[in-house]
Design a protein around this ligand. Sequence first.
Ligand SMILES: *[C@@H]1O[C@H](CO)[C@@H](O)[C@H](O)[C@H]1NC(C)=O
Ligand SMILES: *[C@@H]1O[C@H](CO)[C@@H](O)[C@H](O)[C@H]1NC(C)=O
Ligand SMILES: *[C@@H]1O[C@H](CO)[C@@H](O)[C@H](O)[C@H]1NC(C)=O
Ligand SMILES: *[C@@H]1O[C@H](CO)[C@@H](O)[C@H](O)[C@H]1NC(C)=O
Ligand SMILES: *[C@@H]1O[C@H](CO)[C@@H](O)[C@H](O)[C@H]1NC(C)=O
Length: 673
Amino acid sequence: MITFLSFPLCLMETFNCRSSLLHGYVLFMFLTTIGRGLCLGCNAPSSPWCFRRNATENVYICEWSMNSDESNVMFDLYYNETKLGTTNKTWCKCNEELLIQYRPVDIWVQARVGDSRCKSPRNSVVLRDIIKYDAPRNISPSWLKNSLSLRWLAAEKSPALAEVWFRRDEHGSESWKKILINTTTKAAMYHVTIANLVHSSAYQFQIRHQSTVARNPLWSQWSEVVIVPAELQHKPEVTMTKLLEKGTQKVVLTWKPVPKAAAVRGVTYSLTDTQSSASCPCERKGQHTSTNKYTIYLSYSAANISVIARNAAGHSPSAVIQVPAEFGTNFSACDKSLHNNIHKRRKATCLELYEFQNEDQRPTNKITFPKRMKKVQKKQMIASIKDYVRYIYFEHQCKGGKPETVTTCLYYHKEGVPRSPPRDLIALSITESSVRLSWQPIPLVDHRGFLNLSLCFQKISSDHEPMECHNLSASVTEYNLENLTSETKYNIRLTGVTQVGEGPRATVVVNTRPEKSFNVGLSFGFLLVFFLLSTTCTIFMKRLKSKIFPSVPTPVIPDFTSSQPNSQDVLLEKKEVVHQLTLYQPHPEEKSFSEEAEEATVLRGECDGEIDEDVDNERSNSTASECVSPGSTDQVMRNSEKGETTDLEQVDEELALLIYRNGLVFDLKTDLS
Ligand SMILES: *[C@@H]1O[C@H](CO)[C@@H](O)[C@H](O)[C@H]1NC(C)=O
Ligand SMILES: *[C@@H]1O[C@H](CO)[C@@H](O)[C@H](O)[C@H]1NC(C)=O
Ligand SMILES: *[C@@H]1O[C@H](CO)[C@@H](O)[C@H](O)[C@H]1NC(C)=O
Ligand SMILES: *[C@@H]1O[C@H](CO)[C@@H](O)[C@H](O)[C@H]1NC(C)=O
Ligand SMILES: *[C@@H]1O[C@H](CO)[C@@H](O)[C@H](O)[C@H]1NC(C)=O
């Protein structure tokens, strides 16, 4: 026993045990002289336990406890009668070399307060058998349907026995449910699975564990109470809004909050997008947020964004939002220099080629040239670009952390001639000078290059007629050929044209209509009807006239017939237009109407005027009186010759006159007295 004293015995935590060896030795001698088993004015400490943390450990930890209000309590630790050291704590560490490990030893502790000394009961143990693990640390839960799997850092390779206490978090006052369970060990972690829980609830857990291999295992301390949130059973309900900003798609994602039980220890959302994970064009790590909204910037290319909610018990299934590519509608053909771009790329850019075989906006394939790639890989990718196939070319750059599509155009790696003609070429309507044509476009897969249509027409005749052509856009499906010659046979043909040449032709032969045939006939018809109408009108009018205007009766003037008109009278008659006016002396005997009619007939014969022609002619009285029957009165004749109308008026007064004027007979009677 004395031999032990000559060695440094114990590693004290608070002061250097080894340096105070002499001091300890002196103390020991003092104590032994005072005597053992005495307890003067203090409570006895509990008997100490000395243990290792695990089977490979070579340091023993001894622990004891004491109820005391005193502050200056010193403890001396003994095994058998050997003092291991002195401390003011309730534990100390001792190196295994100093201890008898394989035989039972008595371990006890003595407390000193001033002059008082108290001894603990002795604990007889084989030190080597005792193992006490540290409290479980780094506990991580995860749900598996209604079972919860708990993992924590393993103390040893060998499995442990765990005591798990748990209760629902929502019901804080609920008593603990307790289970003992053997752990499994995997990757330096202990695993236990607790079944029959409700995964939509949050739980509180505490765990302690002990060795299953040690002969004398001690329970570890309890772990801290761990709150396990409910399982995130559903993927986040994400809604997306998209905004286009100059080559960049600004995608704003919002989602509903998770249930409260799943969020007890907070939730974070992880977002990843396929563009940044492919570094095309920006290299970004996963993005995280604890809010319910996030904005992601994408190039015009298509991308999938996944949103995952995470809590302490795991993560939700991922919600995948597919953002379609923004192809737009207006594309120009790619510049020739782009061809080189594919072969000799600038480092900061990422290229994409979307393959289009069909008219619909859905690409059939995509080739991505990332920013960095090996030569061999690049060669393979270039080889995979198909000839005669339409691609939409995208060039993306990362500008200030934001992706931007800087170039978009239509690309053919190699062009060919169109493979098919426009289908169903027909003439919709034909006039004498125009033909309306309609057709179905050439399917995109048959374009094989940048396509135009060439519409040509040519007169079919014995002469060699020139062919006239119109260039049309490939999307046109109707055309009106104008300024054609009427009644002519035309050969019309329509072909697709690329830079390489023309494809197969669609042809149609049309006959333009005869010129104005309908109009000429109509005009002739109108003319004929007009002619007939006017003719019948004339005849009818003539007949009507002869009924309304009967023939002028001839007055009978027997006295005048003998008298000869002098030469002057004849001249006068010839010079002047004569109205049928007759002045005559009334006979004393009454004449019958027939006699008067006879006279009128005579007068008419002498006057020789065309009655019909003078119907509308209005004359003054003076001229009307000029047609005078010769020889009626010399006086009158002379007056007439002189142009003295006053004299004539005088004569009028004297005579009863019968005037025929304008085809009517007026009986003018004057007072002869
Ligand atoms: C743990 O495993 C041991 C050995 O297989 C067994 O004897 C013991 O009953 C198990 N304990 C529990 C709580 O399952
Ligand atoms: C997005 O996901 C769908 C479905 O898994 C897949 O077909 C598509 O290729 C993906 N798009 C991108 C751009 O990764
Ligand atoms: C049609 O296009 C071709 C090729 O661009 C050109 O040579 C030809 O002159 C054009 N014809 C007409 C009528 O514009
Ligand atoms: C047809 O001819 C007229 C007059 O010569 C001309 O103004 C017009 O542009 C022509 N139309 C076409 C389609 O050539
Ligand atoms: C197609 O038409 C456009 C516009 O007229 C012209 O610029 C282009 O050269 C034409 N392409 C071919 C192959 O004729």
